[in-house]
Design a protein around this ligand. Structure first.
Ligand code: GDP
Ligand code: MG
Length: 441
């Protein structure tokens, strides 16, 4: 595949904005990659269409081909789609005892995952956990959970033969309350395929315990089937998240994208083996890289982008050290800060800026503050921006009012500018070598 890709990329070497043709050509290969990773066809199609619109017209980073740029855009879009709003590893388990319902097809890894999560809750969060098997169909199923429980030091509900799943669930709920458990986990039975009886049974259990989390456990090696399963369970039971198992294998994990796209529910955990600690919080970046299988290209584009940003920062730095630092420069810095995600990103690229970054941060510079400061600079005249020393009290009032702020806000900005230009001047005098040395110390 990568040979095929590099062929495409060699043909696309012109710079500037991505044309529709550039994007189409590259996306043809991306589509193949997605399907090879077991992303379901309609999801792949939909995703490609979305990226097609997004990518066309975007600019191409220097020293990167349009095809490579498209791959990076695809990667970012994948990460975006895969990422949920919340922290995937954080289970909702306040108000003890909190019920967690584990659902899925037979052999998907429910029982194993129940044990893994119970252990995690116990070890990481210090929770007292009770596990109960509702699998009355497979003779060894209840014993399997009991053995796991003993192994990881988590209690299991005593086995009573002849009870229905709903009755076991009721008993677990009671026991969890009486025994002072923080969490009780219900490991349901699966079938090889979805059927009515199974769904009804899980629905009854759900109604009895009103689970705080309902986690669908799906084999990450299954492609299209996973989507149908997820949709069905979400429609009938309502799931709060997905656990993707067997991601220690060769599977590329395209099911993750499909399930996320179809159900809108977040992938929460990834199973990475049979052992009880072989589970990790879902990381969209990693799975995206795996689904696309073009990690080297993504890394290359990221590096090119970093290089260019560093070059820009250095150019600005040089000018400032020559003593050019007026309000326009300050505004450029503030704009850059917003773009690069705050002070840290910005300063990390400029040598010797650590101390100043801290100063500014201590002054409480979040995005909102930065935006307000930019607004103040924008309501100054050209002359004032070039030479803020000109500002008289009456003008200050007007400027502050123009930006919907107080004169004290403007004074703070002016003070910050003065301090920053002092630092710049000092650094300029010190010379770059010395400055670097000081920055390192
Ligand atoms: P259930 O029928 O859904 O309860 O599935 P089980 O938990 O019994 O798991 C079925 C098989 O898959 C067992 O042999 C597990 O050890 C194995 N298994 C579960 N999760 C993983 C995983 O993340 N990686 C690997 N390699 N095997 C797993
Ligand atoms: Mg099981």
């Amino acid at each position: 595949l990568s040979e095929r890709l590099s062929g495409v990329f060699d043909r696309l070497t012109k710079q500037g904005a991505l044309s529709e043709e550039d994007v189409k050509t590259a996306l043809r290969e991306v589509r193949v990659a997605l399907l090879e990773a077991d992303v379901s066809l309609p999801v792949a199609r939909e995703f490609i269409k979305k990226v097609q619109d997004q990518a066309t017209g975007q600019s191409v980073t220097k020293s990167v081909t349009p095809g490579q740029q498209v791959v990076k855009i695809v990667h970012d879009a994948l990460v975006d789609t895969l990422r949920g709003d919340e922290d995937p590893g954080k289970l909702k388990i306040d108000n003890p005892p909190a019920p967690i319902l584990m659902v899925g097809l037979q052999g998907g890894g429910k029982t194993t995952t129940t044990g893994k999560l119970a252990k995690r809750l116990k070890d990481r969060d210090g929770k007292k956990v009770l596990m109960a098997s509702l699998d009355i169909y497979r003779p060894a199923a209840m014993d399997q959970l009991a053995v796991l429980g003993a192994q990881i030091g988590v209690d299991t509900l005593p086995i009573v033969k002849g009870q229905k799943p709903v009755d076991i669930a009721k008993r677990a709920k009671q026991q969890a309350a009486l025994g002072g458990y923080d969490v009780y986990m219900l490991d349901t039975a699966g079938r090889l395929h979805i059927d009515e009886i199974l769904m009804q049974e899980v629905e009854d259990v759900r109604n009895v315990v009103d689970p705080r989390e309902t986690l669908l456990v799906v084999d990450g090696l299954t492609g299209q089937v996973a989507v149908e399963v997820a949709q069905e369970f979400d429609d009938k039971i309502g799931i709060s998240g997905v656990v993707l198992t067997r991601m220690d294998g060769d599977g590329r994990g395209g099911a993750a994208l499909s399930m996320r796209a179809v159900t809108g529910k977040p992938i929460r955990f990834v199973g990475l083996g049979e052992k009880m600690d072989a589970i990790e919080t879902f990381e969209p970046d990693r799975i995206a890289g795996r689904i696309l299988g073009m990690g080297d290209i993504v890394a290359l584009v990221e590096k090119a982008q970093d290089t260019i940003e560093a070059e820009q920062a250095e150019r600005m730095m040089k000018r400032m050290m020559k003593g050019h630092f007026n309000m326009n420069d300050l505004k450029m810095q503030l704009d850059q800060m917003l773009k690069m995600g705050g002070m840290e990103g910005m300063m990390s690229m400029m040598p010797g800026m650590g101390k100043m970054a801290k100063q500014v941060q201590d002054a409480g510079m979040d995005d909102k503050v930065i935006q307000r400061q930019i607004a103040l600079i924008q309501s100054m005249t050209k002359k004032e921006r070039a030479n803020p020393a000109l500002l008289q009290a009456s003008r200050k009032k007007r400027i502050a009012a123009g930006a919907g702020q107080q004169v004290s806000d403007l004074n703070k900005l002016l003070k910050m500018h003065r301090q920053m230009s002092d630092v710049m001047k000092k650094m300029g005098k010190m010379g770059k070598g010395k400055m670097l040395k000081q920055a390192m110390s």
